[in-house]
Design a protein around this ligand. Structure first.
Ligand code: SF4
Length: 97
């Protein structure tokens, strides 16, 4: 969503929907997902960013762990063994992979 907002700023057009093509590798195959983001999507970023600012301002000793991110696996997260991997095992894959 951030990329489409940046593109809207670059074009000086924050009213028109902006397309974005997301390309990634899945099991050695190129996958493509085309999405379109609108002014409503960008407006929805404001409360999300405000909630992140609240977290920062809260000066918490740690932030909530996020198990739903793409990098939450032994393949991608360098902290896996000290975090989720302590329970699921080093070298294991989360069930959602
Ligand atoms: S294993 Fe890594 S990505 Fe997953 S919650 Fe822990 S620090 Fe975050």
């Amino acid at each position: 969503m951030i990329y489409t907002l940046a593109r809207g700023h670059e074009r000086g057009d924050l009213e028109s929907p902006q397309p974005f093509r997301f390309c990634y590798l899945a099991n050695g195959e190129v996958e493509i997902i085309d999405v379109t983001r609108t002014a409503q999507d960008w407006a929805a970023l404001v409360p999300m960013c405000n909630s992140i600012a609240d977290l920062i301002e809260g000066k918490l000793p740690s932030w909530p762990l996020r198990y739903d991110g793409w990098k939450c696996s032994d393949d991608w997260c360098p902290n896996w063994a000290a975090c989720r991997g302590k329970y699921l095992g080093v070298g294991s894959k989360p069930a959602n992979w």
